[in-house]
Design a protein around this ligand. Structure first.
Ligand SMILES: Nc1ncnc2c1ncn2[C@@H]1O[C@H](COP(=O)(O)OP(=O)(O)OP(=O)(O)O)[C@@H](O)[C@H]1O
Ligand SMILES: [Mg+2]
Length: 315
């Protein structure tokens, strides 16, 4: 696993050492170093200074051995780190795969639940109301009042079920396209959050993005605005969804940005739920760019840019 760079610098260093040794040998032979050392250290023979050259040779050999050991240790350490990095990368990939699987399973579950609610509960509520209306005229005043209450309750239940279905599976998305579904949903949100002024900008052709992108943008908007209503205490929230370039252009992309002026959050301290993670996964699954900008007292801003080129259907 030794890299070309390591090998290159090793041979480079050895070459430098060899050249320096050759140059030193040439120089020493010119100045007769050993003879000079011998002559100048003879006087100190009693102190064994004339043995210094041999001691220096042993020291140089020792330093060489020491450097070699350090080099081997460093290589072993690098190898260990490379293995750990590869393992971490595999774990991150696995983690991403699981998160995506979770999103797909959640979407499939929501779809079937919405279908059940619509086909079963919705139909039966309709039948109850129709029956109640049909018998109302044939009853006396007291009984008619009770039947009116049944009709009112049925209408209320119907509205609740419709809201539930809209949360689970945005039918408008399939029937009317992303632009109308977003407008419809944002209108609904504005009524639910009367204290937060909402400004909406929807630009470009948002109705030919394909099912995956439609669903991703819709779910991002849903989660972002649910977070605004739950956590932000904002006075204003700006929703911008725009598609840049004509649909066939290479740089065709959808830009999504929801920013509020609320209390913001410290994301390092905050215990994260699944909402932000799910949003990031959806965006990255589609090859997009995801950014969250916030801080205590600084509002909360979500930004995504998703290329339109990737198409596909959610299973
Ligand atoms: N618009 C916002 N303003 C202020 N804080 C926010 C905003 N959006 C998210 N947060 C903070 O970020 C945290 C993580 O958000 P996330 O959507 O991941 O989780 P959650 O909303 O708490 O739970 P979940 O979405 O799983 O039901 C929140 O708990 C909240 O503290
Ligand atoms: Mg949330």
């Amino acid at each position: 696993m030794e890299s070309d760079l390591d090998r290159g610098s090793l041979w480079g260093d050895l070459l430098i050492v060899a050249l320096v040794v050759l140059a030193a040998a040439g120089l020493f032979s010119q100045i007769e170093l050993n003879e000079w050392l011998f002559a100048s250290t003879r006087r100190w023979e009693a102190l064994q200074v004339d043995e210094l050259p041999a001691v220096l040779v042993v020291l140089a050999t020792g330093l060489g051995w020491f450097a070699w050991r350090r080099y081997r240790d460093a290589r072993a350490e690098v190898r260990k780190r490379q293995v750990a990095e590869a393992r971490l990368e595999a774990l991150l990939l696995e983690n991403r795969r699981l998160a995506q699987q979770y999103l797909r399973a959640q979407e499939a579950e929501r779809k079937s639940l919405a279908r059940e609610l619509h086909d079963e509960l919705g139909q039966y509520l309709n039948a109850i109301k129709t029956d109640a209306v049909s018998i109302q005229d044939r009853l006396d005043a007291a009984q008619s009042q009770a039947v009116s209450a049944i009709i009112r309750h049925t209408d209320h239940l119907h509205a609740v079920v419709r809201d539930l279905i809209r949360e689970l599976r945005p039918v408008a998305l399939d029937e009317l396209g992303l632009q109308a579904a977003l407008e419809h949903y944002l209108d609904h949100c504005q009524r639910r959050m009367p204290r937060t002024r909402m400004s909406v900008t929807l630009n470009g052709d948002l109705d030919s993005l394909g099912e995956l992108l439609n669903l991703a943008i819709y779910r991002l908007t849903q989660e972002a605005l649910t977070n605004v209503s739950r956590h932000a205490q904002a006075g204003h929230v700006a929703v911008r969804v725009s598609r840049s370039g004509p649909p066939v252009e290479a740089a065709d992309a959808v830009t999504f940005n929801i920013s509020d002026d609320g209390r913001g959050a410290d994301l390092i301290q905050t215990h994260a739920g699944l909402g932000l993670i799910g949003m990031r996964e959806r965006v990255e699954m589609l090859g997009g760019l995801w950014r969250v900008t916030t801080g205590p007292g600084q509002g909360f801003s979500l930004f995504a840019r998703i290329p339109v080129s990737i198409q596909g259907a959610m299973p």
